[in-house]
Design a protein around this ligand. Structure first.
Ligand code: TYM
Length: 334
């Protein structure tokens, strides 16, 4: 609790171009929850280097991501928006938690298996212990809730296990966090292979909608989206393409699946795809415009970076000191 409010933590990697999946699965929910909770939103650049990065490019992407958080509507006066690398406590707590996490647990992580098969030439120890750093991110701020897409649920489960294990040894040190998953949009699928997650690393450009795609590109990609020959706009597993488009439409237009299915009853796929594309444009265009405006305001963004890093460090150090004491490190002499 901070000032009587429960705490929320979440983060995104600044690797590759962000997709509509990142927005609908995570960022959109951050906006909805930001009044209710004391929020920490990190640009998790420590996580990014588990895969080889071009330094200048990483720096640029990280800044763009931080600017995007603000452009999407997160008020930097109310929400703590910061770079993970500006808060040393993440790495410090991560080391400690490494000693309370089992190899067997990390071996089971599907994201590790997936990433190590895609980056077979660089299966580094950081990639393996990545979920421990993620647990440290969350536990450092004593977060009650963590809004994420479905693909992060396994990491959240591990975070809870590590927190409970630590608490069972040392008493109530960590808040055990709950995941927050949206009713729709928690797993946006590829537009070309709708049984696969929409991902920033997809090589087929038509598979993903990028947050910075212009309106024409967005509409074109939706027109090309893979569907089926059922000629029915129904929400069911047997029609993964249509189901995914309905998910996207409902999340963008804040409608329920029932409302959307009723709206498109008897209509053709062409008309439906266009409506989905338009609903996405109406959500992304204002964010893109605000992003373009904010990107030019260097002083404003720098100020946010500086102030929020101080705030994040203050809360992170509180937890870190407590943990260090519990495990038996000597107090610092000031
Ligand atoms: P990342 O950067 O891959 O994704 C950021 C967020 O976007 C969600 N997401 C999706 N949601 C729905 N459909 C999709 N196709 C889709 N693709 C991505 C992800 O679930 C995530 O919520 N390890 C995390 C970053 C992280 C983190 C944290 C998150 C580091 N520390 C602490 C929460 C709390 C990651 O790589 O997310």
């Amino acid at each position: 609790m901070i000032d009587g409010k429960k705490v929320l933590f979440s983060g995104m990697q600044a690797t590759g171009n962000l997709t509509l999946g990142n927005y609908l699965g995570a960022l959109k929910n951050w906006l909805t929850l930001s009044d209710e909770y004391e929020c920490f939103y990190s640009v998790v650049d420590l996580h990014s280097i588990t895969v080889r990065q071009e330094p200048a490019e990483l720096r640029k992407r990280a800044r763009n991501l931080l600017t995007l958080y603000v452009a999407a509507g997160l008020d930097p006066k109310k929400n703590c928006i910061y770079y993970q690398s500006h808060v040393p406590g993440h790495a410090q707590l991560s080391w400690i938690l490494n000693c309370y996490t089992y190899m067997g647990e990390l071996n089971r992580m599907t994201q590790f298996k997936d990433k190590s098969s895609r980056h077979a030439d660089n299966i580094n120890a950081g990639l393996f212990t990545y979920p421990v750093l993620m647990a440290a991110d969350i536990l450092l701020f004593q977060a009650d809730v963590v809004p994420v897409g479905k693909d992060q649920l396994q990491h959240l489960e591990l975070t809870r296990d590590v927190a409970q294990r630590f608490n069972s040894i040392y008493g109530d040190v960590f808040t055990v966090p709950e995941p927050y998953i949206g009713k729709t949009g928690a797993k946006i699928m590829s537009l070309q292979e709708p049984t696969k997650k929409m991902s920033k690393s997809d090589e087929n450009p038509n598979a993903s909608i990028l947050l910075m795609d212009d309106p024409d590109t967005i509409i074109r990609k939706f027109k090309r989206a893979v569907t089926d020959s059922e000629a029915c706009i129904c929400y069911r597993e047997e029609q993964p393409g249509i189901k995914n488009l309905l998910d996207i439409y409902c999340t963008c237009s804040n409608k329920t699946v029932e409302e959307a299915v009723r709206e498109f009853e008897g209509k053709g796929y062409g008309e439906f795809k266009l409506a989905v594309g338009e609903s996405v444009v109406s959500v992304l265009k204002p964010i893109q415009d605000e992003f373009a405006r904010l990107s030019k305001d260097k002083t404003y963004i720098d100020e946010i970076i500086k102030e929020n890093a101080q705030k994040a460090n203050y809360f992170a150090n509180k937890t870190l000191r407590k943990v260090q004491k519990k495990v038996g490190f000597p107090e610092q002499i000031r």
